[in-house]
Write a protein of this length. Structure first.
Length: 231
């Protein structure tokens, strides 16, 4: 488990990306846990805002095939489950009890000749600095919010006779069809749903500490489980 003093790491050394790994390092996906955000400085002095993620290692727990399951996918496990229930323990028999199980469908593995097998381990060295990835996770829950915060509405004018309507929604329909149309942007529950951010750049990785640094922000709070895949 990563120590709380992760900010005290020598971030400058993370740019030395390892090129070899004893693990299965040719797949293009991994699971991780969001640690937080910080900034690093490049050699030319440029400041780069990054999200630090504790990524992997993950274990392949099941291979789903077209013949047996109707689709192709690899199920992987991440984290440690101290008290798994009996069905989960039976499913993971012979493997380490994983806390999280997720599936990835990677068509590129079938054409690359790198077929996964149950028990294979994928670590952070499967990625390199400069790779572009998509990151999926549960966004922060914001509760019940108005249209200005939830949808970015500009609000009503603050003068010329407008009274206490600065953050109101405004019109939500018309005379026909005499009911509010589905999908109309109004106030409501914000966040707390699965969100994917694409086109994020991997700035550096640290295999010794299982750390990945991605430029910019990713969905979720600290501790959120993230699914990371190359694009």
């Amino acid at each position: 488990m990563l120590k709380p003093d992760w900010l005290s790491l020598n971030l400058a050394g993370l740019f030395n990306v390892p090129t070899k790994s004893v693990f299965f390092s040719k797949m293009s996906f991994i699971l991780g846990k969001k640690i937080g955000m910080t900034r690093i400085f490049k050699e030319d002095g440029e400041v780069v805002p990054v999200t630090v993620i504790e990524a992997g290692p993950i274990t392949v727990t099941q291979i789903k095939t077209k013949e047996k399951d109707g689709y192709k996918a690899a199920q992987v496990g991440f984290g440690k489950d101290k008290k798994p229930n009996k069905p989960k323990a039976g499913h993971l028999k012979g493997l380490e009890n994983a806390k999280y199980l997720r599936e990835f469908s990677d068509e590129r593995q079938a054409t690359s000749g790198n077929e996964l097998k149950r028990g294979d381990i994928i670590d952070v060295s499967a990625f390199n600095a400069g790779d572009f990835v998509k990151v999926s996770g549960i966004a922060k829950g914001r509760g019940f919010q108005g249209a200005v915060k939830r949808h970015g509405f500009h609000g009503m004018p603050a003068s010329h006779g407008h009274h206490h309507v600065l953050r109101h929604v405004g019109s939500i329909g018309q005379r026909f069809p005499q009911h509010t149309l589905k999908g109309t942007r109004m106030a409501g529950r914000m966040g707390g749903k699965r969100q994917t951010t694409r086109g994020l750049e991997v700035v550096s990785i640290d295999k010794e500490n299982n750390l990945m640094m991605i430029k910019g922000a990713v969905p979720g709070r600290k501790g959120t489980l993230l699914e990371i895949a190359k694009i």
